[in-house]
Write a protein that binds this ligand. Structure first.
Ligand code: SF4
Ligand code: SF4
Length: 195
């Protein structure tokens, strides 16, 4: 039986539900794409774990001062994500979102029928992701959720309104700031493509 592999990591969503759900802005979208985490701000509420459709944020349950752990796309490295540097077969490459979408679509055009439904996962799913995936396997078979182009952070707000008022107030303020500074879908972001 043939095996397929996927690198499981934060997808660095264009409109991250984890960022929208975080009441203290411990998670934030950087201008060039990565979703970063500030442990000093984190209050351990774990809303981000509920909001993420990919099940990415993990919690240090065994620590006295638990933190959230997730990939930050090596945003502070000057030569791109370490995983892309380490992957010598070229299964993971890095670049801007625009560059990698073009590469992915060229691969599909050069190999019609090779990739699942001739689609790039992450071009539109959940409002788009900065990690893009090319695979010959059905998306659900490699653990990708069945998302349409609905922006996930939009779906997060009604859910967040159910939490206590003081948290909603803080969250509303910080999300408002975020909405003024975040990137728009389609702009070039740092990202990875897996094939
Ligand atoms: S994959 Fe999850 S943790 Fe990563 S940016 Fe998207 S919502 Fe946030
Ligand atoms: S645990 Fe709560 S405070 Fe910490 S990053 Fe997640 S949503 Fe934000």
């Amino acid at each position: 039986m043939e095996s397929s592999f996927r690198k499981y990591q934060c997808m660095h969503c264009v409109e991250p539900a984890c960022v929208a759900s975080c009441p203290v802005a411990a998670l934030h979208k950087l201008p060039d794409g990565p979703v970063a985490y500030d442990g000093y701000k984190c209050i351990g509420c774990r809303y981000c774990m509920q909001a993420c459709p990919y099940g990415v944020p993990a919690y240090d349950w065994s620590e006295a001062y638990p933190l959230i752990a997730k990939c930050d796309l090596c945003y502070d490295r000057h030569d791109g994500p370490a995983c892309a540097s380490a992957c010598t077969p070229g299964g993971v490459i890095s670049g801007t979102r625009g560059e990698l979408l073009a590469i992915a679509k060229q691969r599909i055009a050069d190999n019609p029928g090779k990739y699942y439904e001739d689609r790039v996962f992450g071009e539109y799913e959940g409002g788009g992701t900065s990690v893009l995936i090319l695979t010959p396997v059905a998306f659900d078979k490699i653990g990708l959720p069945p998302l349409d182009d609905t922006i996930l952070s939009d779906a997060t707000w009604p859910w967040l309104k159910a939490v206590p008022g003081i948290v909603v107030g803080v969250g509303g303020l910080l999300t408002g700031i975020y909405n003024k500074t975040k990137d728009k879908p389609g702009e070039d972001h740092k990202e990875e493509t897996q094939s």
